[in-house]
Design a protein around this ligand. Structure first.
Ligand code: COS
Length: 388
């Protein structure tokens, strides 16, 4: 098979091989059942922990492997070829861990990251609320100082791995009248007084991942659980999302690739009008567009991931592009895959039905694709203003 040479290092090739193997042996055989039963993939999380994959993005001094965005993208791309509900559960722990990694004190990193790296504890990221989705600065959950404690009140909605994770990075308002500058980030632990979980959501796709409400009812946490400075919470959330979004793009690439693989296999063996349907130009052109857009998406994700790892500080626009394009590609490609498989594609007997249901979330979570376009558009406006 002719492949683009992305000049991966030996270590990166090993990550691809390892995650590919886990996908084939552990994820693909159970994905339909996990989806049907809406079952949290604990067994697979244990396999990923055993393979040291939770350690990928964490620095060595905190028990990690010291990998970067590129390594993370390579891993999730391969896992996403199997099931993006499983992959999202894995990736959400990195999303939850980034605020600690980026803004935690050395003590906080020592306390939390080794268990996260070992896969003993999952982390969840809590920003979204019922009335604050795209408008992330509109959160209403509050945190008030009370002696040696912070007291949290309010709810967070649609939190990935809610109830299953042990550690939660939460953004709450400490100064309501200051808007985005009035938010602060905190670490909350499962079992903290006044912290409980709401109902598990029923979803169109991504059904093996747990999506729940977090409820803070006079939740008291020690003062030293603040992340960064008071008022820095919105920036922490934005920087976290900037770092995580290329990973969502990589999940889109993996999912789209899996849908293309199924489509080519099917088109080669499905006979209509006396010949395999791949011999019809209508099908060939669809497959050609699918393959070309996937390769373009992959190249973009890898290029942005490498730019981030090379130390670029100002990457919000690039990161938004690396989320936007591949996830739109994933929606289009999985929809076309169902079309190529026709009636069979619409049935649960083939995996493309789940792939199309799952793909939709990629255009919504970690910032809708409309928000990504806003981020890109606003960055362009600023950049060209600077150039005069
Ligand atoms: N990195 C660092 N700082 C950032 C930033 C970033 N990526 N994005 C914004 N900021 C800063 C701005 O510079 C501004 O700082 P000053 O007050 O010092 O000027 C402040 O944060 C507020 O920025 P802005 O006015 O652009 O905020 P908005 O309320 O307009 O919101 C969007 C900006 C829409 C981009 C933001 O709310 C967003 O990303 N929404 C989507 C949220 C999301 O992804 N949710 C998914 C759920 S989490 S899985």
């Amino acid at each position: 098979m002719s492949k683009v040479n992305y000049f991966l290092t030996e270590e990166q090739e090993m990550i691809v091989d390892l995650t590919r193997q886990i996908t084939e042996e552990k994820i693909i055989p159970v994905r339909a059942e996990l989806d049907r039963n809406e079952e949290f993939p604990w067994d697979i999380m244990k396999d990923l922990a055993q393979a040291d994959l939770f350690a990928l993005y964490i620095p060595e001094e905190y028990g990690g492997l010291g990998g970067g965005t590129m390594e993370n993208c390579l891993a999730v791309e391969q896992l996403a070829r199997g099931c993006i509900a499983v992959t999202t559960t894995f990736a959400a722990s990195a999303l939850g861990g980034y605020p600690i990694l980026l803004f935690g004190t050395d003590e906080q990193k020592q306390k939390y990251l080794p268990d996260v790296a070992a896969g003993k504890k999952l982390v969840a990221f809590g920003l979204t609320e019922a009335n604050a989705g795209s408008d992330a600065a509109g959160i209403q959950c509050t945190a008030v100082e009370d002696g040696d404690y912070w007291v949290l009140n309010g709810t967070k909605q649609w939190i990935t791995s809610g109830g299953e994770a042990e550690i939660y990075t939460i953004i709450a308002m400490t100064d309501r009248n200051k808007g985005a500058r009035g938010a602060t980030a905190f670490i909350v632990e499962k079992g903290d007084e006044g912290f409980s979980f709401g109902k598990k959501e029923k979803k169109m796709g991504l059904r093996a991942s747990s999506t729940r409400e977090l409820v803070f009812n006079d939740c008291r946490i020690p003062k030293d659980r603040i992340l960064g400075r008071r008022g820095q919470g919105f920036i922490i959330a934005m920087r976290t999302l900037d770092l995580a979004r290329p990973g969502i793009g990589a999940i889109g690439v993996g999912l789209a690739q899996a849908a293309l693989d199924e489509s080519v296999k099917y088109a080669r063996q499905r006979v209509q009008f006396g010949q395999p349907i791949i011999s019809f130009q209508a099908i060939q052109h669809m497959l050609a567009d699918m393959a070309t857009s996937i390769e373009a998406a992959r190249a973009l994700v890898y290029a942005v991931a490498r730019t981030i790892d090379a130390g670029e500080k100002n990457f919000s626009k690039l990161s938004a592009m690396a989320k936007l394009f591949p996830t739109d590609v994933a929606m289009k490609v999985t929809t076309d895959a169902v079309q190529i498989l026709g009636g069979y594609g619409y049935m649960q007997d083939y995996p493309v039905e789940k792939m199309m249901r799952d793909a939709k979330i990629l255009q919504i979570y970690e910032g809708t694709n409309q928000i990504q376009r806003n981020v890109i558009g606003q960055a362009l406006n600023k950049e060209y203003a600077k150039e005069g």
